[in-house]
Unconditional design. Structure first.
Length: 143
């Protein structure tokens, strides 16, 4: 799960996806990262932590990190929140195999950044939750 600073959207996506796959008994490794390094080593934004907590998910233990090229080796899918993240991660792809792993979480739609609008955290949570549910279904039916 990748967004800009790894403090709002991608921590929510990591927590939501972990919660959903655990409920379904899936053994998936989920992580999140940012394309910018401003918050490396910090926890998620307090509003993301609060919103997730209100929905029964604890993301307070997450630590923000920068996306690294080795993530292409470690993960089968790299899900990004918006087209800027998509462009930035594709620019890091070493080959076509890396690039094929990268896609927008919501298919052709973006997950808007709620950072500058407190009222957008819950709607963004709900978007991400649906995107995670849809993604899990696509992967399960593909196998």
């Amino acid at each position: 799960m990748v967004c800009l600073g790894n403090i709002c959207r991608s921590p929510l996506a990591e927590g939501i996806m972990q919660h959903l796959v655990k409920q379904m008994g899936l053994d998936w490794e989920i992580d999140s990262a940012g394309t910018g390094d401003w918050h490396v080593g910090q926890g998620p934004d307090r509003r993301s932590v609060h919103t997730a907590h209100e929905q029964g998910i604890d993301i307070s233990g997450q630590v923000c990190r920068l996306f690294r090229t080795s993530d292409f080796d470690e993960f089968d899918y790299i899900l990004v929140m918006d087209k800027n993240n998509l462009r930035d991660i594709l620019a890091l792809a070493r080959n076509e195999e890396d690039a094929k792993k990268v896609s927008l979480l919501l298919g052709d739609k973006i997950v808007p950044d709620p950072y500058y609008d407190d009222t957008q955290f819950l709607p963004v949570f709900k978007m991400i939750e649906q995107g995670c549910r849809d993604f899990i279904q696509r992967v399960i039916t593909k196998k």
